[in-house]
Design a protein around this ligand. Structure first.
Ligand code: ADP
Ligand code: ADP
Length: 245
């Protein structure tokens, strides 16, 4: 079973921009795939569609997106079971992914919200085992010492690591990372990519990560999908990538 299956996905924004043009692709379970393309090529739009945040064009009736066996959307309609599908999908954005005033630990615990009774979640009634799980995840990404700090006090690299820890606590089987290293210095960027690569290898979590630097795609991902003007223009081994696409 594929981790991500997309067929015939098109998206035209209000105003007429055709951000995605008949995109079809498959990512197998356990792959770590780079999504490359110039600014405006459609990478974010693609990731938002896979995570079920945005519906595809209604008139592209044959469009279907499946993640980990669950339909995310079909024929321009978000699935009624999207809440269930979403528990398997961890999303990491370029920035502003954490609640700044909450502690790092509570931000990571928020990964459990989709899997627990709403009231317990709203009241922040986490069990001891859940806090321990969150601490383990923070330890894995190397920032356990920041657990009690407010998220706003973390460096950019640390915030991304906390966001990864949250997807671990969530139990995500697929991680969609939208330009997670675009705002980071090279050392932090390497660390974040290294952690994504590590959890991909050790936990078999599928990773689709958008990047705008080809070097990172070559270094961390065996396969790269390149986009231009809303279309897939390359899909193959990262080592075969040229800088022109
Ligand atoms: P990338 O992530 O590769 O930079 P995007 O998916 O953000 O590309 O954008 C693809 C195209 O869609 C661009 O032309 C962009 O301006 C446009 N676009 C993105 N989001 C919106 C939106 N919410 N409304 C209208 N146009 C948008
Ligand atoms: P990054 O991943 O952004 O490079 P690091 O975890 O490598 O961040 O940070 C290096 C050191 O600096 C760590 O020991 C970390 O605890 C400390 N540090 C970084 N930013 C902050 C901060 N805002 N507040 C406290 N300590 C920080």
């Amino acid at each position: 079973m594929s981790a991500i299956g997309i067929s015939g996905l098109s998206k035209t924004y209000r105003g007429g921009t055709r951000a995605l043009d008949r995109v079809s692709l498959t990512v197998e379970a356990g792959e770590m795939v780079a999504l490359i393309g110039a600014s405006g090529s459609g990478k974010s739009t693609l990731i938002r569609h896979i995570s079920g945040l945005v519906p595809a064009d209604k008139n592209s009736g044959s469009c279907k997106i499946v993640v980990d066996g669950a339909i995310v959307q079909e024929g321009g309609r978000i699935s009624r079971n999207i809440a269930t599908a979403r528990t398997d999908i961890g999303v990491i954005f370029q920035q502003f992914n954490l609640v700044p005033r909450l502690s790092v630990l509570n931000n990571v615990l928020a990964g459990l919200l989709g899997r627990m009774p709403v009231l317990r979640g709203v009241l922040g009634l986490f069990r001891k085992e859940e806090s321990q799980l969150a601490m383990q995840a923070l330890d894995r990404v190397g920032i356990a010492h920041t657990a009690r700090q407010r998220a706003s006090t973390l460096s950019g690299g640390q915030q991304q690591r906390a966001a990864i820890a949250r997807t671990l606590v969530q139990g995500a089987r697929v991680i969609l990372a939208d330009e997670p290293i675009a705002s980071l210095d090279p050392a932090s960027a390497k660390r974040v990519m290294g952690i994504l690569s590590q959890i991909n290898k050790e936990d078999g979590i599928t990773v689709l990560v958008s990047l705008h630097q080809v070097e990172y795609a070559r270094r961390y991902c065996k396969r790269t999908i390149a986009m231009r003007d809303g279309q897939v223009v390359f899909d193959g081994p990262s080592r075969e990538l040229t800088t022109q696409f």
